[in-house]
Design a protein around this ligand. Structure first.
Ligand code: FAD
Length: 401
């Protein structure tokens, strides 16, 4: 039986595996390790699971990835979102899956070959259902787009979920996991065989297996084990805008302007819009990120270019209808996550380095468990940590990251 508790101080406890971090990635990892028969303790410093980066996300998932290593995580993860009740064994759980697609749009003729190339790559990777849509067909199917929109890639299987329900679904569906909230990891103990325990502010956890799922703090947790991981943390913001305007197309997909990195999607009671600023500097991991006073205005301005109905939203906007929040993307040298053991420290496993951890979390957690139980050889895992020292590091050309 699993439980989510604030533990009373203890001298020592023992687990087969300790998962550090109670975001969606940690919850999925704990779920899959417990399904593989391990007794797991997950440690989360905050008051609740799913309360840091996972809560800051736009909650979207997609199949449209041009890199095989990413598609191999994304596709099975979408399947798991689609079959979540069966996966976690909870017939009543509702993760609010909404599959209205991802639409990557351009108005730049020079960009169209990139879209054609992406579609060919999706076909090659066996990603079903991706379409290149252009000209009058594009405007017929997505009449909210500005006349200048030229072409788009679209996959109607893509969409969004409730990350809160999904994280708690993994937790409630776990077999033998203790989820310790309000418990901070302060150190990692090593002996001549590698990992031997985890120090927390509530007591010591004895274990030979640790999985680092600490999101933006994964680098700090790595340092506790003596590992200097090549991770960068970058603030990303989003704006929720309350509006009941009739002009907002309620069935629109997650729509991305490829020319200015802006995106939007419908959300209950309004819209979410944002943009990914390529010049945003790195910032240290933080639970208290400030937001920019003009982020919502800048995002609306940017999405308006290809989605002109936003101009009317802007005209009637009141400050109390706008909520801006922020979290941090984590980037690795090749913009792909790190999953699996690190050779340097026996028993120290990683599941971190995400800018897209929501959509990858189901299969990424399963991969950790598959490697731990020997079902997958880490040599066959393209996201292994050793790729950085092996020099197998290539940035892909997936849109919007
Ligand atoms: C604006 C924005 C939009 C995004 N949109 C999307 C999207 O649409 N789709 C998508 O896939 N991704 C999106 N992302 C990225 C996504 O949110 C993250 O990749 C994902 O949430 C990472 O999950 P996680 O569990 O690794 O991290 P987190 O949710 O941050 O969880 C890590 C946890 O570790 C805990 N922790 C850290 N250190 C310690 C310690 N010492 N002791 C105990 N606990 C500790 C933290 O408190 C935290 O709860 C977005 C991010 C942002 C900021």
């Amino acid at each position: 039986m699993s439980e989510i508790i604030v533990p009373t101080p203890f001298e020592k406890k023992t687990a087969d595996a300790v998962v550090i971090g109670g975001g969606i990635v940690g919850a999925s990892t704990a779920f899959w390790l417990s399904k593989a028969g391990l007794k797991v303790i997950l440690v989360e410093k905050r008051d609740a699971l799913s309360s840091l980066t996972t809560a800051a996300s736009v909650e979207c998932f997609r199949t449209q990835f041009t890199e095989k290593a990413m598609a191999d995580l994304a596709l099975p993860s979408v399947e798991m979102f689609e079959n979540f009740k069966d996966i976690v064994g909870l017939p009543d759980i509702d993760i609010g899956i909404t599959q209205k697609g991802y639409l990557f749009v351009t108005d730049e003729p020079d960009r169209v070959p990139d879209l054609e190339k992406a579609i060919k790559q999706y076909d090659k990777l066996g990603i079903p259902g991706s379409e290149l849509i252009s000209g009058p067909d594009l405007h017929k199917r997505f009449p909210f787009l500005a006349p200048r929109a030229l072409a788009a890639t679209f996959n109607n299987r893509d969409g969004w979920i409730s990350t809160h329900e999904t994280t708690y679904g993994f937790a409630k569906g776990s077999k033998d996991v203790q989820f310790f909230i309000r418990t901070r990891v302060t150190g990692i103990n090593l002996d001549s065989n590698g990992i031997c325990g985890v120090e927390t502010d509530k007591g010591t956890l004895h274990t030979r297996l640790v999985v680092n799922c600490a999101g933006p703090y994964a680098g700090s947790v790595g340092e506790m084990a003596g590992l200097d991981m090549p991770l960068r943390t970058v603030r990303r913001q989003k704006a929720f805008i309350r509006t009941s305007r009739k002009g907002v197309p309620p069935n629109a997909p997650f729509t991305v302007d490829l020319e200015n990195h802006a995106y939007w999607r419908p959300e209950a009671g309004g819209v979410i819009c944002a943009w990914v600023d390529p010049d945003e500097p790195d910032s240290p991991p933080s639970d208290e990120l400030a937001t920019d006073w003009d982020f919502a205005a800048e995002s609306i301005y940017r999405v308006s270019r290809l989605n002109p109905f936003f101009e009317t939203i802007a005209d009637e906007l009141k400050a109390e209808d706008v909520d801006v929040s922020a979290g941090q993307y984590v980037y690795t040298p090749d913009d792909k996550p790190v999953i699996g053991p690190c050779d340097e420290i026996n028993g120290f496993h990683l599941n971190c380095g995400y800018w897209c951890g929501v959509m990858m979390s189901p299969e990424a957690g399963k991969r950790v468990a598959d490697i731990v139980t020997g079902r997958m050889d880490n040599k066959d895992n393209p996201l292994r940590y050793s790729r950085f020292k092996e020099g197998d590091v290539e940035k892909g050309d997936t849109f919007l990251k």
